[in-house]
Structure formats: structure tokens, C-alpha cells
Design a protein around this ligand. Sequence first.
Ligand code: ATP
Ligand code: MG
Length: 432
Amino acid sequence: MQFRAVKGMNDILPNEVGRWHRLEGEFRSLVALYGYQEVRTPLLEHTDLFARSIGETTDVVEKEMFTFERSRESLTLRPEGTAGAARAYVAHKQHGREPVSRWYYLGPMFRAEQPQRGRYRQFHQAGCEVFGDRGPLVDAEMIDMLCTYLRRLGISGIEVSVNSIGGAGAREAYRERLLDFLRPRAGSLSPHARDRLEVNPLRVLDSKDERDQAAARDAPSILEVLEDEDRAHWEGLCASLDVLGIAYTVDPRLVRGLDYYTGTLFELNATSGDLGAQNTLVGGGRYDSMIETLGGPSVSAIGFAMGLERILLAMPDDTPASVPRCYVAPIGAPAQHASLLLARELRAAGVTVDLDGRGNSLRSMLRRADAIGARLCLVLGDSELEAGIVQVKDLGQHTQDRVDRGQVVDRVARLVATGSRQIATQPSGDEP
Ligand code: ATP
Ligand code: MG
């Protein structure tokens, strides 16, 4: 009986993981420059947390959550990272420790969606949250940081869309305007959007259904009903983006899927690579009322989440060069034990070592050393042990040298560090 991975959940094999390390490493080092610190929250949370913060009438909560009962508690695999981070922020009274907190996270998320290219059931997000800064400077800085990140990974054709959905007042006013506009068009909406029209008309704007998109084409813009404070923030954001020289599109239809947003909303798309239809890499925005909704004080917040599988699809295929490796090939039992010690010493000196423990012929060990692209192969048999030396074969130069056992670690470490494939040709023992 063979097992398959669960639908929509992928293995990441060692030959792919180098690219993951690259994008994760770039992320961690860039956000650190902006003062973000990592937070790690559980993969499971109480279902209510997501219902409350993401919103009951969102796609995520309505149909995408992996939810199950355990000891009469309803638990859900996290579909996104903001709810857990906000819960932790409140639970640990973080607001009492510092006026502004900058947190980031990176890890798997779970949504029961129809799997397709760029859309999976277990996928990975990296995200940032800033608590306690009302913006708009921090909003613009966040977008700028994201552009820098994508550029550093070689992703081109980056498009930034921004919008503001204002505060509660503006949204209430807009709701009415939008309903006035959509009610006469309800007949042409998708059944799902029609059902939810009165509850959450804004979601029609975010629908991927062509019927909804067509009906919403000439809908009024929410920017028209912003209140003074919302407008000041919005203009502040646009001015800051201009100062930073970021080209952006104002998209009045950008409302995004999750209910918790207030004010600034943004998305980053890319045209490079192999993205296909799922070309939204990053979604983010301000959620100034969430902390209070979750029982905390009134603390403003802004964040984004980026889909790492989509980043990988957009990234050029420049697999990072592998580290120089050294292959240790022992012949016979005594040499095997001696090789265990030699390999340990080499690794302590920072050399990557593959020790062949299979007891195969020298020929087959050399073939294997070549196949993995090892730079050096160290051969050790009875006669080498007796003479107190190691044969060092340079697989690039096709040269070999007998090196004193006492000097071999130094010599190999130096060869690997300088990136040289050339083995020094002086006879062993004549080292300075
Ligand atoms: P979409 O409109 O594509 O469904 P979304 O609005 O549901 O996206 P968010 O919840 O804002 O997405 O998540 C932020 C980012 O996470 C997305 O822009 C995308 O890059 C990524 N993402 C979301 N869902 C998935 C998924 N099922 N598989 C892979 N990546 C995803
Ligand atoms: Mg979605």
C-alpha cells in the first residue's frame, strides 16, 4: 500500500529547498532592517477567533477552513497569520510593553480551496504586522519594503494597487450607496453574491465571478465618501508613496477578501515568471479595529501577507550554487573508522563532507563523488593508514596528491575556502 500526500498539500524536496531558503533568508534579513521581530504562534486556534476577526461572510470562513472538533472544542488550522498574531498581541498585553510593535511571521497556512497552479490547501505565507502606529508613513514604508524584497529576488513587472476603505462611518455610507447601485442589478449577479448582497455588498467588488465583476464595473468609488480623517490619511499615503518614487495604481474596487480591514488596502501583483492567473503575490492593509474586537485596547494596526509559492513561481530559475563538497572514500574496515574521525575533524573546520559508508569499491565511490559534484575526494585505505597519509584527489583538475594525515584538514579547508580546484603541488610535509 502506497500513500499519497493529502490533496493540495505539497512535499518540498531537498532539490527544491535551496530556493525556499533564498526567499526566506532574504525576507528575514530585509524585515530585520525595518525593525521587525519574529513571532511564532500555533497552527491551531479556536475557530471563533477566525470567525470573529476574518469575518463570518468571507470566503475563508464560509468555505475554506479546515475545522474539527476535539474535546468538545472547535479548532481550526490557521488559514492566515494575522488573527493569531493579533490574539497573541492581546493575550500577552504587548501594548503595555512598548507603544509600537513590529512583528513578522513565516509558515504554513491551510485553506480548503480547489487546488490549481499558485493555489494550494497547505501553502506558506510570510507576513508583517505593525501595531500602534496610525500611519500613513508606516503604510508607505511597508509597500516600499515589499517592492525592494521582490526586486531583490529578481521579480520584475511589479504592480502596486492601493485603495482606502475608510473607517466605520465611510463604510456605512458606502454600503448604502453601493446597495443603491447593485440592487437594480441583483438579477445579473452570481447566486452567491446575490445571497450575500444585503449582508456584505462590498464583497461583490472582490468576487472573482465574471458576472459580479461586470455588474460592479461602474460602481461608485468608496474614495468619494471618505470622511475628513480618512481622507487625510489616504492623501498622506499617496504623498509618501510619491516621495519614495513608487508607481502605483488607485484601484477603487480593491476591497480584499477579509472583513477586518479599515483604511489603507494594497496588493502587489507581478507579471514575471510563471504565475498564470494567480498573480497576486501580496495582500495587505490596515485593521485599526481588530485589536479592540479581540478584547484588547484601541491599537491601530497594519499588515500584509505574501504567498511564498507564488513568489517562487515568479522568481527567475537561478538555483543557488551548491556549496563545495568533499567526499571521503574509505577502503576496508580500519579505514572506515579512521574516516569517521577524519570526517568529523573536517566538518569541525567548516568543510561539507559526504562520508561513503557503503563499503563499495573505490571505482564506485569515485563515480558517486563525481555525480554529486564533489570538488575533492579523500581516499583512505590500509596502505594510506600505514603511511600516515591521505590521498587527496581533485576531481576538477584530475590531479592527486598524498597529504600527511596531520595536515590534511588544514589543506582541504583552505582549498575549499578559496574555491580553488587546484591542489597545491608541493610534496606533503613542505608546507610553510
Ligand atoms: P486570492 O484572491 O488569490 O484567493 P486571497 O485574497 O484569498 O487571495 P489573502 O488571504 O490576502 O489572499 O492572502 C495573501 C496572499 O497569500 C495571496 O495574495 C496569495 O499570494 C497567497 N495565497 C492565498 N491563498 C492561497 C492559496 N490557497 N495557495 C497559495 N497561496 C495563497
Ligand atoms: Mg482566497
